[in-house]
Design a protein around this ligand. Structure first.
Ligand SMILES: Cc1cc2nc3c(=O)[nH]c(=O)nc-3n(C[C@H](O)[C@H](O)[C@H](O)COP(=O)(O)OP(=O)(O)OC[C@H]3O[C@@H](n4cnc5c(N)ncnc54)[C@H](O)[C@@H]3O)c2cc1C
Length: 457
């Protein structure tokens, strides 16, 4: 019996194989630069399906790719000749409003999670694009608007149901398999397949959102202001400076569309008058060329960039940590950020201080609590003919930023050609992670990720 017929016999969900009508769509991930041909895509609908897929991949000696939201830029959610476990149908969100918690399927996206939580005026730290998966984003860290107030996404995980490399299922929490629970929170997909996350849900409903577009000539002053403002900004503030070409939005003057700006993207989850004063602080430094400041539901802010980032673009990214945004680093940002090639591409300078740094550095496997900034150089463009020029922009920017960066970069922003940097990317947690990897996945079944090799015996 072939692996695909035996898979088909067993699964409640569908199994898509080469030659099936849906194969070409099912094999693709969000980044269309990735063009892989798996042996089968198992569209799991339950934990039992996931267990079966793990056992079958092992028995067949195939690579196992795990796909949550499919947003991994290196395309870890697929692989040539691999068995892909696609978790997209395991996307339930069950909110316990009284206890302010939610049980969330391992294949849910932030769109589904945010929408459901919003019904109760709740939200947890998630990413800034709603189509991203809860699974990959949380296991690697989880940087977003609420991080300064509530920590990373992973800081809000209370427990996880996990399918391990031998196909068994366990719950990981502070009291059950605490070593696994530690490793899951920052170790990425290295330790098992999370079928259910249990999250803490702080309140967040109507926030004040701000997009302030500043002229590049004002960018150095705005960045210096942001640097000192954010060092002890109120925790209600979550936001970041970005280099961005102006999209054709109603508040952008027509003759400025496609011009490059330094945009201050802000989320204020508190009293709106106080939030207005924060926005005014930026305007007092320089007059924005265009702006949109408005109250809106938190979930709407989380979808604000979605239109620029449909599935199917080409992606090449680099990840940078920095403990400070020095004047020298600002000069490099100016030089390269001003050359952002296309409206889809962007550079985000995420501050990761506040509540992220309240958590002791050994409390979870996230290994860079000492970095105050996580920068993503995100090359994103539609036409493969432009690959060379866009990749060059990212690489040149990254090379010039290196002298002003800390070692390593956020694993969720790192690119596929960064495997040599994995030790630095996991930072202070690497050795302990490798030890726990040996305990839970000694054969490295879960290796299509920013991979941690099991420690030697
Ligand atoms: C447009 C865009 C915007 C982004 N914005 C942010 C942001 O604001 N903040 C941020 O922190 N990051 C952001 N990211 C980065 C994001 O965190 C990573 O791309 C992350 O890997 C996406 O998770 P996913 O589940 O969608 O990806 P996938 O490609 O499905 O998975 C990524 C990795 O996680 C593993 N994985 C996924 N789900 C599970 C699971 N349930 N159990 C076990 N392993 C699993 C996979 O095997 C793979 O190794 C963004 C990425 C994109 C493309």
């Amino acid at each position: 019996m072939t692996v695909t017929t035996s898979l088909r016999d067993r699964f409640a969900g569908s199994v898509v194989v080469p030659g099936d009508p849906g194969y070409d769509d099912a094999r693709r991930v969000y980044n269309f630069m990735i063009d892989k041909f798996p042996a089968a895509i198992v569209q799991a609908t339950s934990t039992a399906d996931v267990q079966d897929a793990v056992r079958q991949a092992r028995a067949a000696g195939r690579d196992l790719a795990v796909r949550g939201g499919g947003h991994s830029v290196p395309g870890f959610g697929t692989g040539d000749d691999a068995i892909v476990v696609d978790l997209a149908a395991i996307n339930h969100v069950r909110v316990d409003a009284e206890n302010r918690t939610a049980r969330v399927g391992g294949g849910a996206t932030w769109a589904t999670f945010n929408e459901k939580a919003a019904e109760y005026g709740l939200a947890t730290t998630g990413g800034v694009v709603s189509s991203t998966g809860v699974g990959g984003l949380t296991l690697g860290g989880g940087i977003g608007y609420l991080a300064r107030a509530h920590g990373l996404s992973l800081d809000n995980v209370l427990s996880a149901e996990v399918v391990l490399a031998d196909g068994s299922v366990v719950t990981a929490s502070e009291t059950e398999h605490p070593d696994l629970f530690w490793a899951l929170r920052g170790g990425g997909g290295n330790f098992g397949i999370v079928t259910v996350f249990e999250f803490r849900l702080p309140p967040a409903s109507e926030i004040l959102a701000g997009l302030l577009f500043f002229e590049l000539a004002d960018a150095p002053e705005i960045l210096r202001y942001f640097r000192s403002f954010i060092a002890d900004a109120p925790r209600e503030y979550g936001g970041f400076p970005a280099f961005q070409k102006a999209p054709p939005l109603p508040f952008i003057p027509e003759d400025r569309v496609d011009d490059t700006f330094l945009v201050v993207v802000s989320c204020w989850n508190g009293d709106h008058e106080a939030g207005e004063r924060i926005m005014q602080g930026f305007r007092d430094v320089a007059q924005p060329a265009a702006e949109m400041v408005a109250p809106m539901p938190y979930a709407v802010l989380n979808g604000l960039f979605d239109g620029l980032l449909p599935r199917g673009l080409q992606h090449y990214w680099k990840a940078v940590y920095a403990t400070d945004l020095t004047d020298e680093a600002i000069a490099v940002h100016l030089e390269h950020g001003s050359k952002v090639p296309i409206v889809n591409s962007t550079v985000h300078l995420y501050p990761i201080n506040g509540a992220v740094q309240d958590v002791p550095s050994d409390a979870t496997a996230f290994g860079h609590r000492d970095a105050a900034w996580a920068v993503v150089l995100a090359g994103m463009w539609p036409d493969p003919a432009d690959n060379e020029a866009n990749i060059k922009w990212v690489k040149d920017y990254y090379a010039d930023l290196a002298p002003h960066s800390a070692p390593g970069g956020y694993i969720n922003f790192a690119s596929g050609d960064d495997q040599s940097k994995v030790r630095d990317n996991f930072g202070v947690s690497y050795d302990r992670l490798a030890e726990i990897k040996r305990r839970y996945d000694p054969d490295n079944l879960f290796h299509l990720n920013q991979n941690i090799a099991p420690a030697a015996e």
